[in-house]
Write a protein that binds this ligand. Sequence first.
Ligand code: RFL
Length: 387
Amino acid sequence: EEAPIVIIGAGVAGLTLATFLHTAGIRCVVLERRDRAYVETRQRAGVVDAQNVRMFERWDLADRLLSGPVAQTIEYRVNGVGRVFEILGDEASEGRFCTQQMLVTNLLRVLIDEIGGDVRFGVSEITIRNEDAVRPQVGYRDAGGAHAIDCDYIAGCDADRGVSRASIPDGVLTTITHEFGYAWLAALVEAPVTGHPIMGISDHGFVAQLPRGPKRSRYYLQCALTDGPEDWPDERIWDEIRLRTGDSALENVEIHDKDFVPLRSVMRFPMQHNRLFLAGDAAHLVPPTGAKGMNLALFDVDMLAQALVSALCDGEVAALAGYSDTVLPRLWRYQEFSAWMTDTMHDAGNPALHGPFRQMTARARLDELFSSPVAGRLHSDFQRGVA
Ligand code: RFL
């Protein structure tokens, strides 16, 4: 079997890439180890930032994929006292609300059901042949047996634990990792955000409440790296939410799932090797504080899709050769933003964990967002993804 492009992973990066390539008239095969129902119900990010709304508009897909406008405000709350930050910018550059789950579901509908894209679920044992001067080949196994696809290019969109990056020989990639030293407990609850999305700093640690649909929100609570579900029964979660938000009238409601996410940053580069190109979490991870993980995956895919179209439709390979160098400077800027958010929100909290000096300087840094138009503007640009 042959295909110009094989994409490994049907997450937000792989599906968006496949949809863009199909839109440009390029056939590709997507290989995914899970089934469609699993992929459609995985809960994660919430907001497509303004930069990526414009990207979907450019590919003429925004209205088929995204939901309505999202609040352009964030409440930064310190020990129960809130200040509302307005994300500056014109209407044409607003983000849109669309949980990752909704985006993935819509991508699958457009790609498979509307444009006849080829997504193969439930595959296993993917092997990658990616040597200099030999045509690439991707092998896999499914219920029907073993298969192989010869291709021109391979896109590795199978996130941090996938096979794509693991297929690159030792010594090719540089990895830079930063551990923040704490984790978040993420709890999906059956209650909407009633005011603004909250980023809550408190002497008891960080808390956030972010929208995840008309009836749901996700709370995030700073916790120890070693914490697990046994340390956080539902009662404790609600007690800590009340303590950290200062909202003592909040009532316990149903908690759907609890995830523990260590806060870390990872960059691996170059994001390409011979004919294999990495995009999204396969190449980089950001702590969730800046809400940029999905948005950076979409940025990679936009650049990679354009480069693959140039290579396959016009025979121009320069953009593909320069893919990693093109995306890395912006990825580092958003690593910096994500680290800034993470340090500021957590250092400003519990002084026993981070020291009183870091607590007070982090609070001063937060104040600047409200007192300095320059700082406020830069923060808005990062929030909208245009910095
Ligand atoms: P995905 O979405 O994980 O998709 C990878 C796909 O590859 C498949 N796969 C394989 N397929 C075949 N063979 C293999 N060996 C395979 N191994 C894996 C997987 O089944 C899956 O379908 O990665 P992708 O596409 O790179 O997208 C990245 C984003 O998912 C990620 O950055 C965001 O979810 C991060 N993130 C957030 N991003 C935001 O922009 N805003 C947020 O508010 C936000 N909140 C979050 C988050 C991530 C979280 N977790 C779970 C780490 C909150 C949380 C709790």
